[in-house]
Write a protein that binds this ligand. Structure first.
Ligand SMILES: O=P(O)(O)OC[C@H]1O[C@H](OP(=O)(O)OP(=O)(O)O)[C@H](O)[C@@H]1O
Ligand code: HPA
Ligand SMILES: [Mg+2]
Length: 176
């Protein structure tokens, strides 16, 4: 598809939002001894890298790979687990770190899977939330930006594997 991109959220705005999010997360887990942050590959990698460096105390990170979009712009709803976490989940405080919630299918599947392993607590954090697109309700504890129904890229998020390296968030504008 022919398209162009337009900046939606600048690098400075992202940095400021991360400070706010990290303050909330640090306050929430002030008494936690071994927080485990679980990022969903690949989209959350950039967000995870910037967020975990703002979290205080003993924090561990791990990653899962689940994919529903492939090269398409709409969710297949068939969320596949491609790589599981290596860490023990039982009895741990676990924070899922996601770049974006759209239909909710990805986070819903991961949340259900991890809950079966009996964490001490399970919370969800997303940098971006598109509530208008929701197909499945998922409880989200920490949200960076709530955005309208635009296809977005950058800061880890791709369109057909492009644009993950942009240091800002942009929207994709189709051209005819
Ligand atoms: O709420 P949903 O409709 O499920 O969509 C959100 C998910 O889709 C994207 O990942 P994708 O499956 O494209 O894989 P990626 O992270 O490797 O880019 C994005 O990073 C979220 O993980
Ligand atoms: O807006 C989006 N951009 C990129 N990937 C996505 N996966 C769900 N929504 C999006
Ligand atoms: Mg993803």
């Amino acid at each position: 598809m022919k398209h162009t991109i337009e900046v939606m959220i600048s690098t400075d705005e992202i940095d400021q939002k991360l400070d706010v999010l990290a303050d909330k997360i640090n306050a929430h887990y002030a008494d936690s001894e071994r927080l485990l942050m679980v990022g969903l590959l690949k989209g959350s990698v950039v967000f995870m890298a910037d967020l975990c460096r703002r979290i205080k105390g003993h924090v561990e990170i791990d990653f899962m790979s689940v994919s529903s979009y492939g090269k398409a712009m709409t969710s297949s709803r068939d969320v596949k687990i491609l790589k599981d976490v290596q860490s023990e989940i039982q009895g741990r405080d676990v924070l899922i770190v996601e770049d974006l919630i759209d239909s909710g299918n990805t986070l819903n599947k991961v949340r259900e899977m991890l809950l079966l392993r009996e964490p001490k607590s399970l919370a969800l954090c997303t940098l971006l939330d598109k509530p208008e697109r929701r197909e499945v309700e998922v409880p989200v504890d920490f949200i960076g930006f709530t955005i309208s129904d635009e296809f977005i890229v950058g800061y880890g998020i791709d369109y057909a594997e492009k644009y993950r390296n942009l240091p800002y968030i942009a929207k994709v504008i189709p051209l005819d």
